[in-house]
Design a protein around this ligand. Structure first.
Ligand code: NAD
Length: 360
């Protein structure tokens, strides 16, 4: 297969971690007989420095022509970087928002995996963390409360703010289909999270999810209220495979799920549209405090590359090879500084990339 990728190094540790992901992808392609090519494009601070804007229209066109986008991270130190003296629409993050919009990326996928080797970093009780967990949160990204009409007015002399939460069935259906498709290549279970005991938008959500579920007889579907889900994530995270939810609930639950893994440098993510196209990036930011020191953990970016192989190219075996290699590296006791613990062997960012590549 020929893989054509738009690659964004970005800012801070971005270029370092993307180099390691490319190193691993090269090895995978050699082993499985694929060819891979990259268009390296600028976004965020790196683009501001060259073009004066965080993302140019030409760059968007290049991204659109690729099969997928692989990204490091963007942004600088928000207190000291001159990028944050610019007006908000010209700051690094505006580039990412613009790209997501241009590519119509409405589904956000965030796996939260607790590796048994890193269970010590998990803030949960040992009897819970010992079981490990491997879930993926599918969050609707372009609708709901964050995109509804809002205003503040004075009603009878009292300041009153109004936000509206709207979903139509098409918005729900397309993200539900994504969740069921993803469940089919995972453990075939979808937990749809809503607040159907109160909200009309949640009742419609539940109805449409049940309609979509009929096309996936192999997938077990269950519905859970969001307050219960927040509790279950810390009580029994091993019960989840794919959690499907709307924008605001997903915003909160995906952060909660990330934090219970305890390891920010291990968390991958993807944003997808209704084709196989996706933007793949680690969940963490550009970590300006450790940029240029070759000490960042590249594993979240390497795992994002594995997600790209799985979801944009359907290369399940190749994705598994990356995940297994990472598992072995951890088993062999290698750690970057952020996941270091007593008795383990500390390695640099580039050494971590080498160790994973060697095990492909
Ligand atoms: P951050 O995630 O960059 O860093 C938080 C802490 O985690 C820091 O101590 C950092 O050193 C550490 N860390 C993060 N990733 C790591 C890794 N791979 N290996 C080892 N340690 C790691 O969050 P922040 O400091 O709040 O943000 C820094 C910049 O990143 C800001 O400009 C912010 O806007 C941007 N940001 C970008 C994205 C993105 O590109 N999608 C996401 C979040 C934040």
């Amino acid at each position: 297969m020929e893989l054509h990728i738009a690659s964004i190094g970005g800012d801070g540790i971005g270029p370092e971690i993307i180099t390691e992901a490319k190193k691993v992808l090269k090895k995978v392609c050699e082993k499985y007989g694929h060819t891979i090519s990259y268009d390296d494009i600028l976004m965020g601070g790196a683009s501001i420095d060259v073009h004066g804007v965080p993302l140019t229209d030409e760059t968007i066109e290049i991204a659109k022509k690729a099969d997928a986008v692989l990204m490091g991270s963007i942004g600088g130190d928000t207190n000291t970087s001159p990028w944050y003296k610019l007006e908000p629409s010209l700051r690094p993050e505006a580039g990412l928002l613009k790209l997501r919009k241009a590519l119509n990326l409405f589904a956000n996928l965030r796996p939260a995996v607790l590796y048994p080797q890193l269970a010590g970093a998990c803030p949960l009780k040992e009897e819970i963390s010992a079981r490990g967990f491997d879930m993926l949160i599918m969050r609707e990204l372009t609708g709901g409360l964050y995109f509804g009409e809002r205003h503040t007015e004075e009603v009878n002399g009292v300041r009153t703010a109004i936000d509206t939460l709207t979903y139509n069935e098409e918005e729900i259906r397309r993200v539900a289909i994504k969740a069921f498709d993803v469940a089919m290549v995972r453990n075939k279970k979808v937990t749809s999270v809503d607040k159907a005991n109160v909200l009309d938008s949640s009742r419609l959500w539940r109805t449409v999810v049940n309609e979509v579920a009929k096309d996936y007889p192999e997938v077990i579907v269950e519905h859970m209220l969001v307050d219960n889900c927040a509790m279950q994530l810390v009580k029994d995270p091993a019960q989840f495979d794919v959690i499907l939810t709307e924008n605001m609930f997903g915003d909160i639950l995906s952060d909660e799920a990330s934090m219970v893994t305890g390891s920010i440098g291990m968390l991958a993510s993807a944003s997808m549209n209704d084709t196989k196209f996706g933007l793949y990036e680690p969940s963490h930011g550009s970590a300006p405090d450790i940029a240029g020191k070759n000490i960042a953990n590249p594993l979240a970016t390497i795992l994002s590359a594995a997600m790209m192989l799985k979801y944009s190219f359907g290369l399940l075996e190749e994705a598994k090879a990356i995940e297994t290699a990472i598992y072995q590296v951890l088993d062999d006791g290698y750690r970057t500084g952020d996941i270091m613990s007593e008795g383990m062997k500390k390695v640099s960012c580039s050494e971590m990339g080498d160790l994973v590549s060697e095990r492909i």
